[in-house]
Design a protein around this ligand. Sequence first.
Ligand code: PAN
Ligand code: ZN
Length: 201
Amino acid sequence: MSPLLQIKPEDLFVDYSLDSAALGARPMVKRHLADLRGSFSDGSAYEAALAQGNPLIYEVTAVEPANGDGQLHYGLGIIQPGRIGDEYHLTKGHYHSHRAAAEIYIGLRGEGAMVLEDETTGETRLVPLVANSVVYVPGHTAHRTVNTGAEPLVYLGVYPSNAGHDYGAIAEKNFRNVVIATASGPALVERSAHLAGRPTR
Ligand code: PAN
Ligand code: ZN
């Protein structure tokens, strides 16, 4: 069968909603606050928020039409606005299991940013992710998305089919920097500096 006919018709054309971030009728993976234990830097703010309920923080749906050399997968994400302490709502963040795999993110709605951290040096860039913009995520780079705005942040990520997700390294040592709200707007600060002076957990 030709490569074309191997793709299911429902994977050749997929509509999406900027309101719900649904991709066709595909199930959305939901990440609630309880799923993000260890992701936010301020542990007491996290526990206080969790005691109030377990809100939905983000959802993502992946479309995987085909696997193999040269094939692409993509995912639509939506992050609800809000903060835990002064840290903006965020995704878990990951490396690609196939470290060389790059990705592009296309901002569709809302205002946010991506934290990009080089695996070897820890060097970090904070890059805006907003509607009508594209962010390039190189290989070997941990990436996390944050919603710094007042409405849902919706974005599309496109990546090689063999990229895979490696959450282990981030679960172990998290990102070196955090994105927090300040009087002058969102700011990237070192996690260790952000935690300094807070009561230990
Ligand atoms: C994205 C992410 C999505 C959710 O599709 O998977 O933003 O973030 P986490 O996977 O870190 O929970 C992507 O980067 N795929 O490779
Ligand atoms: Zn990725």
